[in-house]
Ligand binder design. Structure first.
Ligand code: R5P
Length: 302
């Protein structure tokens, strides 16, 4: 197996390489003054099974283009197979037409990857469980939930006093899965409304019992942090004693770090599917690595 990395999450790829005990294969990603990228694979890959790791978090378009170019370079250079490991996949919000006249962005990027010749796709916690159906190539859909379940198990002092919380109705399936992993732990759900035109979030109703309990909010991603902030306020208003947050993808756009640090949550646990630069770290943040899960999957699938 030959392992290549895009530039979006080098620290994670370095961990993967170390654990797999493979050398990271050399690749040049040259950036022209106008921002265009030129990609060159710098060792032979003829008849090799190649793996490229690239998250497509912001700058989303740039990271996608890099991924497309690396896959193209590998295929043109004779790779036998190309597995794309995309720990965080951008454009998942637009996975279908919500309003007349909209593009289905996710379908466009999937088609482009497949047309480029990706043979297999590995990703974490898709926004919806239906997303793998949009692919024609095999998809391994991994989840950070088992890692979160382990952590929550160690944190809980009294199961009766603990509740899992989905910050929106869309996440209820995720919460039910986690609840099963934790011996059918109680769960609740926040009813969140987002104005599609302005992006404004309002969370004003909770379904389930949270009063006097420690709440564990679980979500697939944190972008602006507004969903978590609103859910934490609502939980506190409904009598939750302590609030912890678990989210797979730490996009942390704009002032999310500040919003989260100032929120009512005690700690925010995220994974390293997205690289978090030092300036976006904050005191309440804890990062759990998904490297072992990727390594195990690659060992089983390549
Ligand atoms: C929404 O459906 C997702 O599961 C997340 O809750 C959402 O994308 C988080 O976005 P933000 O942090 O901007 O509220």
């Amino acid at each position: 197996m030959k392992l290549f990395s895009g530039s979006s999450n080098k620290p994670l790829v370095q961990k993967i390489a170390q654990k797999l005990q493979v050398r990271l294969s050399p690749i040049e990603i040259f950036v022209f003054p106008d921002g265009e990228r030129r990609v060159q694979i710098q060792e032979p890959v003829i008849e090799e099974d190649c793996v490229v790791v690239q998250s497509t978090n912001p700058p989303v378009d740039q990271n996608y283009m890099e991924l497309f170019f690396i896959v193209d370079a590998l295929k043109r250079s004779g790779a036998r197979s190309v597995t794309a490991v995309v720990p965080y996949m951008g454009y998942q919000r637009q996975d279908h037409v919500f309003r007349d006249g909209e593009a289905v962005s996710l379908d466009v990027v999937i088609k482009t990857l497949e047309a480029n010749g990706v043979d297999k796709f590995i990703a974490f916690d898709f926004h919806s469980i239906k997303i793998p159906e949009l692919f024609y190539v095999p998809v391994v859909h991994l989840s950070a939930l088992p890692l979160f379940a382990e952590k929550i198990k160690r944190m809980i002092e009294n199961v009766e006093g603990a509740v899992l919380v989905s910050p929106d109705m869309g996440g209820i399936r995720r919460i039910k899965m986690l609840s099963e992993m934790l011996n059918n732990m109680a769960y609740a759900c926040v009813v969140k409304n987002r104005d599609l035109a302005t992006g404004q979030v309002s969370s004003d109703e909770i379904r389930g019992e949270v009063s006097g309990k420690t709440a564990y909010i679980v979500d697939d991603m944190i972008s602006s942090g507004k969903t978590i902030d609103a859910a934490s306020n609502l939980l506190s208003n409904h009598g939750a004693q302590k609030i912890y947050v678990f989210a797979t993808h730490a996009i942390f756009s704009k002032d999310a770090a500040e919003v989260l640090q100032n929120s009512l949550a005690e700690d925010i646990f995220v994974t390293d599917t997205v690289y978090i630069p030092k300036e976006k770290h904050f005191a309440k943040l804890e990062i759990i690595s998904v490297a072992d899960m990727i390594v195990d999957t690659l060992n089983e699938n390549t």
